[in-house]
Design a binder for this molecule. Structure first.
Ligand SMILES: [Zn+2]
Ligand SMILES: [Zn+2]
Length: 217
């Protein structure tokens, strides 16, 4: 699997390019302020991007959607429950003190169908809590041992997503982490929306927020 990650100031939000090494088909996940670097990576890998997938619609994860869609001519996917956030991206930016351009409407709402690119497949798992329409994108390849989880801001290495923004809900977040993401497999590689990669096994064993929650359940 081809995998590239980029992040820039001020949010240091991870944007991803994922591709099939055989067919050169690929996806872009969460294009934000680093979109020019993602597009450069797409060119470097000679990829044909088929889908632009959003883990959720917070401002840092969507500011590059217009540029990515214009350059890649690929449809944009979002969970329906985050449409209110997506449509308010300009106001979200203002809340953080940034001037943000409105983005083009999403083309597809996730409906549970797998999303393919080359020899790979993305399945979409609804993980509300950080926001209502958060999803975990699970990427697997035929004949590939590794499972890759793009979890947005639901789960981080040794931390969890904040739940104090509009639509946030701590109990739902913890259920999404422990009942939806963890069953996807201890060996799965987790790619959070901010910061370094981790694994399910590591977070299950050492994440202080998870350990505290499970000890009380
Ligand atoms: Zn977020
Ligand atoms: Zn974020």
């Amino acid at each position: 699997m081809i995998l590239d990650v980029r992040a820039v100031a001020p949010f240091y939000k991870n944007g991803f390019v994922v591709g099939c090494e055989r067919t050169r088909q690929g996806i872009v996940i969460d294009p934000g302020d680093e979109v020019d670097q993602l597009l450069a990576a797409v060119r470097d890998h000679d990829l044909d991007i088929r889908h632009i997938l959003l883990t959720h619609a917070h401002v840092d994860h969507v500011t590059g959607v217009a540029a990515a869609k214009e350059a890649l001519k690929a449809p944009v996917y979002l969970h329906r429950d985050d449409l209110f956030l997506y449509e308010n991206v300009v106001q979200q930016g203002a809340m953080f003190g940034f001037r943000v351009a409105p983005q083009p409407p999403p083309d597809v709402f996730y409906d549970g169908s797998p999303i393919g690119f080359g020899d790979y497949e993305t399945t979409v798992h609804h993980t509300p809590g950080h926001c209502p329409g958060g999803v975990c994108l699970r990427v697997t390849g035929s004949g590939q041992a590794d499972t890759h989880l793009f979890v947005g801001d639901t789960l981080f290495a040794s931390s969890i997503g904040r739940t104090d923004l509009p639509g946030g809900d701590y109990a739902r977040l913890m259920r999404s982490i422990t009942d939806v993401i963890f069953p996807l497999g201890d060996a799965a590689i987790v790619h959070p929306g901010h910061g370094p990669d981790t694994t399910i096994a590591r977070e299950r064993a050492t994440n202080p927020f998870v350990l505290e929650y499970l000890s009380r359940r």
